[in-house]
Design a binder for this molecule. Structure first.
Ligand code: ZN
Length: 250
């Protein structure tokens, strides 16, 4: 009887170990896959979007799988088992796993964005290369770029916390326009200083008319400390404003 039980534990221990190794392998592969995809992207803007969109999610998923692996590994040395032991093991495993997951989640949510932000900044302002001449292009200033943005884009820049960067090849006149969305991108919170301050809502208080400027309210909220702030933005006088917002949202 006792031997039979010992054998049962043996096969469980074996299985738990294999699950752990499998989980660790998958976790590492997920991270490697992300690094390789990033390395094979040539375009700085594509890299920017990829990091902004998926890096934290990917690392979080990989972490969960690695932690699950650890949970199985920690239970691959079963020698005796009673109802009490099962309870103790399950309880400690689940609570330890959750503590580690919580720590990782906090690191990813509040510290990792600083590191991401630095890399995103470098990618955004890295001189774009003109496909026509192979030479670096020039990033136009806010005033210069208006000539290359249509009214819909300009209205969007005004109202929807969207930034357009215009890169111009001065030799050939080739232009590359890149869109950066503010609501997808957190900035530093003035209260807690974490990189967790995001636009949560934008409302037009007054539409601009041909004779009067409009008014826009941007609502920010911190994902860490909950600090809220409002920012008033004046909208330029515009004749075609109503039409351009419709095209922008259509
Ligand atoms: Zn904050």
């Amino acid at each position: 009887m006792a031997e039979q039980y010992a054998q049962q534990y043996e096969s469980w221990n074996e299985l738990a170990k294999n699950i752990a190794y499998g989980a660790w392998a998958i976790g590492v592969l997920i991270v490697l896959g992300h690094i390789i995809r990033l390395a094979t992207m040539n375009d700085a803007k594509a890299k920017y979007d990829f990091i902004n969109r998926s890096e934290i999610k990917t690392l979080w998923a990989a972490s969960i799988i690695l932690i699950l692996g650890c949970c199985f590994f920690a239970n691959s040395n079963v020698e005796e088992l009673s109802a009490l032991w099962i309870f103790v093991r399950v309880f400690t495993t689940v609570s330890m796993g959750m503590i580690v997951a919580l720590i990782v989640q906090n690191l990813l949510k509040f510290y990792y964005p600083f590191y991401i932000e630095k890399r995103l900044k470098v990618l955004r302002y890295k001189p774009r290369i003109s496909p026509k001449t192979g030479k670096p292009m020039k990033l136009l200033s806010e005033d210069e770029e208006d000539a290359y943005l249509d009214e819909g884009m300009q209205a969007e820049e005004n109202v929807f916390s969207v930034d357009y960067d215009v890169w111009k090849d001065l030799e050939t006149g080739y232009v590359k326009i890149e869109k950066y969305a503010g609501h997808l991108h957190a900035i530093q919170c003035p209260e807690c200083n974490y990189q967790t301050f995001k636009i949560v809502k934008e409302e037009i208080i007054k539409h601009p008319s041909p004779t009067e400027e409009g008014e826009l309210m941007k609502h920010y909220q911190c994902g860490y400390c909950g600090y809220k702030a409002k920012k008033h933005v004046t909208l330029k006088m515009s004749q075609k404003f109503e039409e351009t917002t419709t095209t922008a949202t259509a």
